[in-house]
Design a protein around this ligand. Structure first.
Ligand code: NAD
Length: 317
């Protein structure tokens, strides 16, 4: 028995030794999400280099021990693993493929992890560019918002090779509490877009029924509590109600400030729409949700939390 255990330990050790243990990390895109994520990597003792086109967003990280870089290519020269957290398809593509971008000076076998929410087909194209440079790539979008980024409790949805997923775990677990392997490259983005499309639909649905109840004479707070013990219950009704004054800490109780911006939800619905069009998939509710959020954008509500759709349906916005 003792011999079997020793043998098992030896095999386990050899397997772990077969994996790469990364220590030099690069981080590009230090906005609302990326700044907190990078801070959590530093806290775990990794050696970190950071870059953002907005130099001021690097200051707090440099003060905490990170090295500031002056370009994406400088990050590439000094890192074994590089995480990107950028706004849109175009930002990500440019950052990887431009002349001064990440790929031009990437070391062989660098592991790139893109955590931005972008089109799965763009992730797949970046993966092909990485292969040309003998580098590795996985997509790893996140859910959990700015609070999850701050507290290190994000969920990562990973698309890519299982070996690279395994090797990335110590780094990703410094920023998140759940890291799920979804399949091949692009499947992390597919999971993210599908989840966010359902979130938009459910937020509109909750807002619509609560407003109907209100107009028929039923207190919106009472209606929300009925939903939460009935079959209409969902995350948007229970954890993140769009009606102000039910939960003090959610954006609806704070003039719809903070949280997940309408502009980002609109972007994600646009990505889901293009993916559905490409694959010939009917998404009637997703398309309608996209149009509703685009209308919110024309009302200047870009920076408000996406639960503001409740005020829009009430005719207040
Ligand atoms: P953000 O706009 O706050 O941050 C993006 C950062 O990227 C900015 O600091 C910007 O200066 C920097 N940047 C832009 N182009 C760059 C370039 N070429 N090189 C270096 N830096 C560059 O956005 P965010 O809220 O942090 O979101 C980032 C991504 O994460 C988006 O794709 C978003 O959809 C997704 N996301 C956001 C949330 C959220 O709650 N905010 C939640 C989950 C996923």
């Amino acid at each position: 028995m003792a011999g079997t255990m020793m043998c098992f330990k030896f095999i386990k050790k050899s397997f772990t030794q077969g994996q790469r243990n990364y220590s030099k990390i690069g981080f590009v895109g230090l906005g609302n999400m990326g700044n907190s994520m990078a801070k959590n990597i530093l806290k775990k003792g990794f050696k970190l280099s950071v870059y953002d086109i907005n130099k001021s967003s690097m200051t707090n990280l440099i003060e905490a021990g990170a090295t500031g870089a002056s370009s994406p290519s400088e990050i590439s020269k000094n890192s074994e693993v590089i995480i990107t957290m950028l706004p849109t398809n175009d930002h990500v593509w440019q950052c990887y493929t431009s002349e001064d971008g990440l790929l031009n000076s990437a070391n062989k076998n660098t592991l790139f992890i893109d955590s931005s929410t972008i089109d799965p087909s763009v992730s797949q194209n970046i993966y092909k560019e990485c292969v040309k440079k003998d580098a590795q790539f996985i997509d790893g979008p996140v859910s959990g918002g700015v609070v999850g980024a701050r507290d290190g409790t994000l969920t990562f949805m990973i698309g890519g090779n299982k070996k690279q997923y395994d090797e990335s775990l110590p780094i990703l677990e410094s920023m998140g509490s759940r890291v799920v392997h979804c399949g091949d490259v692009g499947m992390g983005q597919v999971a993210k877009l599908c989840n966010n499309m359902l979130l938009a639909i459910s937020m509109i649905g909750v807002s619509e029924v609560v407003n109907l109840a209100d107009r028929l004479g039923l207190d919106p707070k009472v209606m929300t509590s009925i939903l939460n013990t009935s079959t209409g219950r969902c995350w948007s009704s229970e954890i993140y109600p769009p009606v102000p004054g039910i939960i003090d800490t959610v954006p609806s109780s704070n003039d719809y400030q903070g949280g997940f911006m309408t502009s980002l939800m609109t972007k994600d619905l646009g990505l889901a729409q293009s993916a559905a069009t490409r694959s010939g998939t009917p998404i009637p509710l997703g398309s309608l949700a996209h149009q509703i959020y685009r209308t919110l954008m024309t009302r200047g509500l870009n920076d408000k939390d996406f639960s503001i759709v409740y005020q829009f349906l009430k005719g207040n916005k």
